[in-house]
Design a protein around this ligand. Structure first.
Ligand SMILES: Cc1cc2nc3c(=O)[nH]c(=O)nc-3n(C[C@H](O)[C@H](O)[C@H](O)COP(=O)(O)OP(=O)(O)OC[C@H]3O[C@@H](n4cnc5c(N)ncnc54)[C@H](O)[C@@H]3O)c2cc1C
Length: 465
């Protein structure tokens, strides 16, 4: 069967769903067909908590009505072939589709490093429904020991899920710290301590060199340094959480510009092929801060990219400004978040970073469970523009990081963000006199002054145009 539509969307994740709804809202007459193979779209961020047993796993499934209620047609099949220039698509059942425009939103899949033994049956990754069910099968099937490879946000959340289910858990990373892409080394101590306090064995600066396999199942994990970890091959398991690779094989060798991190798109989400758009994890990204390539495989990037694409396809001009990369995770009660560049990344990208610190309790200090809050701000010494922030607290930090993200987007300087007007209340913040973000900016200004470079506070701009 052949069907023609105004737009064919390949992929039913956050990018595909957001694009479809936004486009149909702006152009209710547009015919849109969405193809995706999985039985359910999923809230991937909630998978660790389903494995941990906080709620019934089906609660991570999204309803198909998220696509169909807006009038789009959902076809639950994989696309097996695409002719980008002709905008023709073939699905796994052999049906074909043509369209005025294609929207590519095929996302990314977990990377499996080329470590000998990594294809063994008890070696997993985490993304799909099948992954989630296999991991739940492991924790409920009597696993005694688990090895998580990769101490990024996904790895930490997996380790916590297994340890909470009573499994002896090892968390291995080649970097000397946890969350190397999110936090500077001076922000990780509380996360690392909290993981250890919950009996997770942290093996940092260690690389998995081989998984020894018998009868198709791994029974020993060999590390570049330290003792091997023995596994019961029938029950124990390994989970790789070492990053995501864009799912773009369908689109190769058709003249579309593609780099290692994904499809190259411009600010209007146009690929190099006319009338073919893309957004989300299948794309390579550009940083809003310096306009240079940066990875950002986050739902919080996929959604605004897809909205921009929908506006452009609907004929309303729009431009996506690039990734800020606000993100957060938690290790038990310790929550951490980050946005923009870390101090380390800023240096790698040629900045001369000025750093400031704010440290308070998360609530008024006399309140029960007032907790702790530490904020780090990173600014560019050339103009004191905010280029990054990190926070660590026993209370949520996403609100703090969103403020810093907005400061980055609006090109505020340390002075501009230090002048932020804020609210305070005993259950919800520290004392009015000490807002940790303001404190961090003021400390950054002091650090800049301490360099001895002459400047007039009065003359400093609050934002850099
Ligand atoms: C465990 C986990 C936790 C996460 N936690 C967070 C978090 O806390 N915060 C955050 O911002 N991000 C988080 N992310 C990342 C976030 O889920 C992704 O950035 C987001 O899903 C990307 O959306 P997308 O639509 O671009 O791609 P995806 O969600 O990957 O969707 C891609 C879609 O394309 C489909 N597809 C692929 N190939 C084909 C084909 N050949 N034919 C048809 N369809 C195809 C897929 O089946 C899928 O429907 C997490 C990811 C994981 C795995």
């Amino acid at each position: 069967m052949h069907t023609h539509a105004d737009v064919v969307v390949i992929g039913g994740g956050p990018a595909g769903i957001t694009f479809t709804n936004a486009l149909r809202k702006m152009k209710p007459d547009a015919s849109v067909i969405v193809l995706r193979p999985e039985r359910h779209s999923m809230v991937y961020c909630a998978i660790p908590y389903a494995i941990e047993g906080l709620f019934d796993p089906p609660k991570v499934f999204k309803r198909d009505e998220l696509v169909t209620d807006c009038g789009a047609t959902l076809v639950q099949r994989a696309v097996s072939g695409v002719d980008l220039a002709e905008r023709r698509v073939t699905d796994e059942a052999g049906d074909t589709y043509s369209a005025e425009a294609l929207f590519l939103a095929t996302g990314a899949s977990p990377a499996r490093p080329p470590v000998p033994g990594s294809e063994a049956a008890n070696v997993h990754t985490v993304k799909t429904q099948e992954d989630m069910e296999a991991l739940i099968g492991c924790v409920e099937g009597g696993a005694r020991r688990a090895v998580v490879v990769g101490a990024g946000a996904i790895g930490i959340e997996q380790a916590q899920a297994y340890a909470t289910r009573g499994i002896e858990t090892y968390l291995v990373d080649i970097a000397p710290q946890v969350l190397p892409a999110m936090l500077d080394p001076d922000m990780t101590a509380k996360v690392e301590q909290t993981l250890k306090d919950h009996a997770i064995t942290l093996l940092l600066s260690a690389q998995v060199s081989e998984l020894q396999v018998r009868d198709g199942r791994a029974f020993r994990v060999l590390l570049s340094q330290g003792e091997p970890i023995d596994l019961d091959p029938d029950k124990d398991f390994v989970c790789f959480a070492v990053g995501m690779r864009p799912d773009i094989d369908l689109f190769r060798d058709q003249g579309m510009e593609i780099v290692k991190d994904g499809i190259v798109v411009d600010g209007r989400m146009r690929t190099s092929i006319p009338h073919v758009y893309a957004a989300g994890d299948c794309c390579a990204g550009v940083s809003l801060i310096d306009g240079q390539p940066i990875s950002g495989k986050l739902a919080t990037n996929a959604v605004p990219m897809a909205k921009t694409a929908a506006r452009v396809v609907a004929g309303k001009d729009d431009e996506y400004p690039g990734f800020v990369n606000g993100a957060a995770t938690c290790a038990y009660e310790q929550r951490v978040g980050a946005t923009g560049f870390t101090e380390t990344l800023a240096r790698q990208r040629g900045f001369d970073p000025v750093v400031g610190w704010g440290e308070t309790t998360a609530l008024f200090p006399m309140m029960p469970d007032s907790g702790s809050l530490k904020v780090k701000i990173v600014a560019d010494a050339r103009d004191l523009r905010i280029i990054g922030g990190q926070a660590s607290s026993t209370h949520p930090v996403t609100d703090k990081m969103d403020i810093v993200s907005l400061a980055i987007q609006q090109r505020l300087t340390l002075k501009g963000l230090a002048r932020m007007s804020y609210s305070a209340q005993p259950w919800q913040s520290h004392f009015p006199a000490r807002n940790a973000i303001v404190q961090a900016c003021e400390s950054g200004l002091e650090a800049f002054a301490a360099r001895g470079e002459p400047y007039s506070y009065h003359a400093l701009p609050e934002c850099v145009i």
